[in-house]
Design a protein around this ligand. Structure first.
Ligand SMILES: C[S@@+](CC[C@H](N)C(=O)[O-])C[C@H]1O[C@@H](n2cnc3c(N)ncnc32)[C@H](O)[C@@H]1O
Length: 271
């Protein structure tokens, strides 16, 4: 079994995605969609950005490595009557079966960053995007105290055994020099790559930060692995307290609900 696929099929990311819909829509609006537009949403999950893209009239293919999320996405598309939105299983490292130069926009919000071979991912995103088109990525930023998920993953990995040799941290996609190097190897000059910091919000009007962290512990692969390892080492309470402290410290809601801003790096590449 591919460990990357296993990690994301392990839990149920739809439980976390439910907190991400508002910002997913905002990111899509900010891109400025004009139709006709053929879009690839890579590492699409259950469609946090793919659904709003299709609602704006784009033809959207969502590709994700996790079969359970692809199924959940197709159910959402059917429920919304979105006939020009299709989800399919695929790997960002090797988009076999996807034609060269076939998309006007390749979007990947916290998706492709989690694929294991970043140079292959950059090459594939450039290959499938039309010249004159756009690649937009959203990536969490390492060591940024305001980048909520990068902090959550830092805590989670401090309770997990070290990764296998050769493992490249997804967080390296949050560093400009790596982005320029990866897309550079794929043939894109650095003048055609730009990055800007932006803010994503995890929002729920009826769930507290405690419930939010509970969902990460039960349904988010990387945190589930940390919980399993912490159980073995007798540190499960320590892990829980650190995660909860993070969520509470970053929560801006004052009525017991959740509204956590999270800084991310927005990358635009013009192949
Ligand atoms: C943090 S989730 C983000 C999902 C979605 N973009 C969203 O904003 O809700 C990361 C997603 O990347 C997917 N993923 C991880 N590795 C992948 C790969 N190699 N190829 C395609 N998708 C991948 C996961 O299955 C998961 O759906």
């Amino acid at each position: 079994m591919n460990p990357n696929k296993e990690l994301w099929e392990k839990g149920d990311f739809t439980q976390i995605a439910a907190f991400m819909r508002q910002s997913g829509e905002a990111v899509v609006k900010s891109i400025g969609i004009t139709t006709p537009l053929r879009v690839l949403d890579l590492g699409c999950g259950d469609g946090t950005t793919a659904v709003p893209l299709a609602l704006l009239g784009a033809d959207v293919v969502g590709i994700d490595i996790a079969e359970n999320l692809v199924d959940a996405g197709n159910k959402r598309a059917a429920a919304a009557g979105l006939k020009r939105l299709k989800f399919q299983v695929g790997d960002a490292c090797n988009l076999e079966g996807v034609d060269d130069r076939s998309f006007d926009l390749t979007l990947s919000i916290f998706g492709a960053m989690f694929a294991p071979r970043p140079f292959d991912v950059a090459k594939e995103m450039v290959r499938v995007t039309k010249p004159g088109g756009r690649i937009v990525m959203g990536n969490w930023i390492p060591n940024d105290p305001t980048s909520f998920v990068s902090q959550l993953l830092k805590i989670s990995s401090s309770f997990t055994p070290p990764p296998p040799e050769g493992f490249v941290s997804p967080m390296t996609w949050g560093v400009d020099a790596n982005i320029v190097e990866r897309f550079g190897k794929a043939g894109v000059p650095k003048e055609r790559i730009s990055t800007v910091k932006d803010t994503y919000y995890f929002v729920s009007p009826d769930k507290s930060p405690t419930q939010f962290i509970d969902l990460f512990e039960r349904f988010y692969g990387p945190t589930m692995n940390a919980v399993a390892a912490a159980k073995n080492s007798g540190k499960v309470e320590e892990l829980h307290n650190q995660l909860l402290e993070l969520a509470k410290a970053q929560n801006k809601a004052t009525d017991g609900s959740t509204s956590i801003p999270a800084t991310f790096l927005r990358v635009t590449v013009l192949p």
